[in-house]
Design a protein around this ligand. Structure first.
Ligand code: CA
Length: 234
């Protein structure tokens, strides 16, 4: 009887062709309060999605049958199920971001299963918060919109940004989850590098964080990465 089962935090479809890895993930998911269903072949992913109706899909990139990119695109067409993409190399994340396959988050192998489960929790919370919003209200607007005309808004509330702050935000937002060094950011936001220093980036980031928070977003959307630079996560 389902009534006698303890409540679960969510049902996760694990698409992973390495049985040992899938088993470890399954153990950690179970320990954290999630149920899961595992398939090892890319061709089995969509049938399992229809049969299982998972709350989230943990999707390996390299799979026998069909690869994760195709599967992710199909899942996107089918609806709004959150997808966490698992890749073997950090460089693949850049490529996937460029393909705009629409995964909600990316993790790289080798990963800590604890970290993956934490990401599952974070993505589900974000997703549920987004879908719990009433329809047709401004609050349902996407969390952060950065358009091509120099304007950005948080849930429909426009941000008052300087041109440099806007460019900084556009770079970070255009590659969510990707780490940028201060130098990379400088290269992308200024035409003339001679007039600025690394510290300039820090002060722009500080202002940008404050403005995001003031508009109802979070300072925490822009993460500092120790000794590297910054990345954005929503
Ligand atoms: Ca694989």
């Amino acid at each position: 009887m389902s009534m006698s089962l303890p409540p679960t935090l969510g049902h996760v479809l694990v698409v992973e062709d390495e049985p040992r890895l899938a088993a470890v993930l399954g153990d950690y998911l179970a320990a954290a309060g999630y149920t899961h269903h595992w398939v090892a072949d890319g061709n089995a992913a969509l049938p399992a999605f229809h049969a299982q109706r998972p709350d989230l899909v943990l999707l390996d990139l390299m799979l026998p049958g069909r690869d994760g990119v195709e599967i992710c695109r199909d899942l996107r067409r089918l609806g709004a199920v959150p997808v966490i993409m698992v890749t073997a190399r950090v460089e693949e994340v850049d490529r996937l971001l460029g393909l705009e396959i629409g995964a909600d988050d990316y993790v790289c192998k080798p990963f800590s299963p604890r970290e993956v489960v934490a990401r599952v929790g974070a993505v589900l919370r974000r997703h549920r918060a987004a879908s719990a919003r009433p329809a047709a209200t401004p609050a349902q607007a996407p969390l952060l919109v950065v358009d091509g005309t120099g304007r950005a808004s948080v849930r429909g509330r426009e941000l008052d940004l300087t041109p440099v702050e806007f460019r900084l935000l556009a770079v970070l937002h255009g590659a969510l989850g990707r780490a940028f060094s201060r130098d990379q950011l400088l290269g992308r936001i200024y035409d003339d590098r001679r007039v600025v220093t690394d510290r300039t980036i820090d002060s722009h980031i500080k202002n940008l964080r404050r403005k995001l928070a003031e508009a109802g977003g979070s300072e925490d959307w822009i993460k500092s990465i120790y000794s590297v630079g910054y990345r954005m996560e929503l």
